[in-house]
Structure formats: C-alpha cells, structure tokens
Design a protein around this ligand. Structure first.
Ligand SMILES: [Zn+2]
Length: 100
C-alpha cells in the first residue's frame, strides 16, 4: 500500500516539474487518472516533503470570481466560499513545482 502512494506522489511531482503552466487539482487528476480529493492530500505531502530540497511547490491562490478576493492561505485546498462576499464561485488553485 505504501509503495502505491509513493508512486502516485512521484507521478504528481514529475508532472508539476515538467508542466510549463501551473495545473489545478482537477487537471492533475484527469492527466494522471487519480481521484481529485486525493490529489489535494498528495499535494500537502509533496509540499512538506520538498521543504528541505532544491524544489518548491508553489500555488497560484484561488480567487473569488464574483468580487475578485484573492485567498491568502498557502494550504493546498480549494475553499468552498468567499469570506468577503460569500460567493461560491471560486477559481481553482493552481500548482507548479519549481527550483528554489
Ligand atoms: Zn467574493
């Protein structure tokens, strides 16, 4: 079981290193045929595991599509609603792995 998880995270890591543009969890799940809710979990682990490496997981933060509010959290998850206007249409956070 452990081996399987590592393989998934390695795949995500490689995809995010090789991609020219930042990707959403949705895109990652489609490209690698993974469950989207697992992708956020994997991204958290990847961010942690890269902390002492030459690589870094960067996130384009989600934004409210109604009022333009940009979410400040750097945690890899999609917020459900805007704290400012309560709007529920929020853009997906995008992810990329870059060298420091
Ligand atoms: Zn808003």
């Amino acid at each position: 079981m452990t081996g399987l998880w590592e393989t998934r995270r390695e795949k995500i890591l490689r995809l995010l290193k090789e991609s020219d543009t930042p990707l959403s969890a949705e895109q990652i799940s489609l490209l690698l045929e993974l469950d989207r809710k697992d992708v956020y979990d994997d991204l958290k682990h990847i961010a942690r595991s890269l902390q002492k490496s030459e690589w870094q997981l960067v996130m384009v933060p989600p934004r409210c599509l109604k009022c333009g509010y940009v979410f400040s959290s750097d945690k890899p998850k999609k917020p459900s609603r805007c704290p400012k206007c309560r709007g529920e249409r929020v853009s997906d956070p995008l992810f990329k792995v870059v060298s420091r």
